[in-house]
Design a protein around this ligand. Sequence first.
Ligand SMILES: CC(C)(COP(=O)(O)OP(=O)(O)OC[C@H]1O[C@@H](n2cnc3c(N)ncnc32)[C@H](O)[C@@H]1OP(=O)(O)O)[C@@H](O)C(=O)NCCC(=O)NCCS
Length: 415
Amino acid sequence: MISVDGAIVAEENFSNVLLDIAVLRSLNIQVILLHGAAEQIAHLAREQGIDPSDVDGSGPTDDVTLELAMTAGNRLAHEILEGFAAHDLRSAVTNAINAQPVGIIRGESQLNTGRVEKIDVELLSGMLERGVVPVVPPLGFDRSGRTYRLNSDAVAVAVAESLRAVKVIFITTEDGLLDQGKLIRELPASELEKRLPSNEEAAHFSNLSKARAAIRACHAGIPRVHVINGRTNEGLLTEVFSNEGIGTLIYANDYQQIRSIRKKDVRHLIQLTRDSVEAEELTERSRQDILRQLDDYYLFEIDRHPIGCVALHLYPNERKGELAFLCVSHSHERQGIGRRLMEFVEEKARQAGVEMLFLLSTQAYSYFQEKAGFVEGSIADLPAERSAAHVGSGRNSKILIKRLSEHLGPRSRVS
Ligand SMILES: CC(C)(COP(=O)(O)OP(=O)(O)OC[C@H]1O[C@@H](n2cnc3c(N)ncnc32)[C@H](O)[C@@H]1OP(=O)(O)O)[C@@H](O)C(=O)NCCC(=O)NCCS
């Protein structure tokens, strides 16, 4: 999910941003492009001698300003479509945001300013599946077809959350988030929250609205949010593909919810996995089995309740690692917890120098193939001691592997 400020679309370097997006698409990375229009609204207003009620969709939008927003939005979207066409990319402007009026805040009517009610996920994912880049303007529509002006940062978070994006990248006119003029390189969302000034006008913090959006996005389950300068040539690719990046990376604190287990957790682990063991989705592990490799197991907790678990067994001589015993409680399925546990294990494995992750699965192999990039392997891919146990188990599980060097690291995952 890429969200570009209107000011950047007007810049000379914007064609390079589009070129970077074309490179991402050529790598089969799905991209949604959202754009702001504040700069263009302000410009049109100056041209026409109008005093706009608000330019960035955070205050009230009167009829004249809405007109400006629609004109600016159409022009911008057209420029983006032209730019994509020049790079041989298929794209289309969408009306995927259902909106409602914000209403009255502190006694003041917000007029045509809206808030996101619902995202048309089917429309956007259908386009993504067909290789079309959806272009989303900062405008929403209600069921009677009325148009509302929306704040583009809020739309970016809502779209990313609905589509379970792995990343939001805000392309702005600043180098990233700056605190006392100093660029924040990487920070967990909880730390950023502590640093944020309560005062909107706080001079020492730049890009406050993006910082708030980044925190909201992380709370909503988006693992990573980047804020970069759209004027930097190849900035987008550098941010995505280099370890250091060029801007700010804010990441969710999910890993804090994932922790190593202690002896007293073994009971919870067995309880949590009981149904899946009975359904033969998981191989049974006794208390002793788990205690023997206690350090290999991790729990995912919400409010200190165990919700999921996973294990990573290392085979350092062969630089291989086994992802095992992945389980998420029924009550919390389909919330991305399984994915987060897999990402966690992958990260741990990378840190331990693992070159190939493998796993054995009887019923969830398509999950690992579709959601985590595993491919089918063979018994020759297993470490020698593991292949003997595999043959002996008689479970006839599928062997799946993932060569970590062929996949991007954490800063580099894009959706
Ligand atoms: C497989 C499991 C870990 C997924 O956990 P989760 O937190 O629900 O997964 P996520 O939220 O990351 O992903 C959900 C997506 O995976 C799909 N999915 C879940 N289980 C699947 C399976 N067995 N096969 C194929 N797809 C599956 C869901 O349909 C959903 O698809 P969507 O994103 O298109 O809606 C969980 O269902 C589980 O504990 N299953 C029982 C134990 C098991 O089989 N473990 C694997 C042992 S090797």
